[in-house]
Design a protein around this ligand. Sequence first.
Ligand code: G3P
Ligand code: CA
Length: 254
Amino acid sequence: SSLTYFFHPLQPFQSIAHRGASLYAPENTIASFQKAIDLGFDYIELDVRVSKDGHLVVIHDADVRRTTNGEGYIGDLTIQEIKMLDAGSWFSPEFSNEKVPLLEEILLQFGGKIGLLIEMKSPENQPEMTELLSSILKSYIEIGLKPSSLKVQSFNTNEMEKFHTITPNISTGLLLNEPLDLFHLDSYRSFASFLSIHHQLLTQPFIRYAKKYGFEIFSWTIKDAYVLQAMQRLGVHGIISDEDFRSTDTALYT
Ligand code: G3P
Ligand code: CA
């Protein structure tokens, strides 16, 4: 129960900037990723989708409306059209020059400087995504990017299994946002090395089993210092958050 783990010591963790340091700069842009580096995060988390002309672009929603000045679905827009969009003004006028990045731009600019936790968004609706991501990451590994600096995750079990099969040297994880039984946990071991779990689902017994099975555990999306503390007492390996908690008294970053 929460009472018992209240007395557990606070544990260090890896800090993962959710869509970049998205409290301070527009999510999933060069500005939010650079901010995460400036703040000293260990990883950036970013979302990828496939454009009409078959490129991986970094954006959370299927529709560009919320985070750009444009309209339409990413899958209906070409890179040329996507690159005309302003991906920063919705957040603040000072970011009006931000564009929707291509994954390759992020790999070139930030690969090796900070860990990359890449989320495949809705691969069930974009069947080419998994092989595309695998081949792009392999090509960057061939030119020197360390596989240990990369992690790939998705809510889609089948696609993660497929990604792992075709890209065994990159750490693969499952995103979970509903309670799961321990039988499933066992079956994920063949392809997943980490689990990214909504913080409300995390309990002490679950963590104990997950650790026994050898999974790393990340929790999302932490928005206040109280929940951060609870996660630290549970001993999660990584905290996915928009915010830098370094200034809070309790945060023990690795
Ligand atoms: O990495 C966890 C988190 O990113 C999953 O939710 O909607 O922000 O992609 P969402
Ligand atoms: Ca995400």
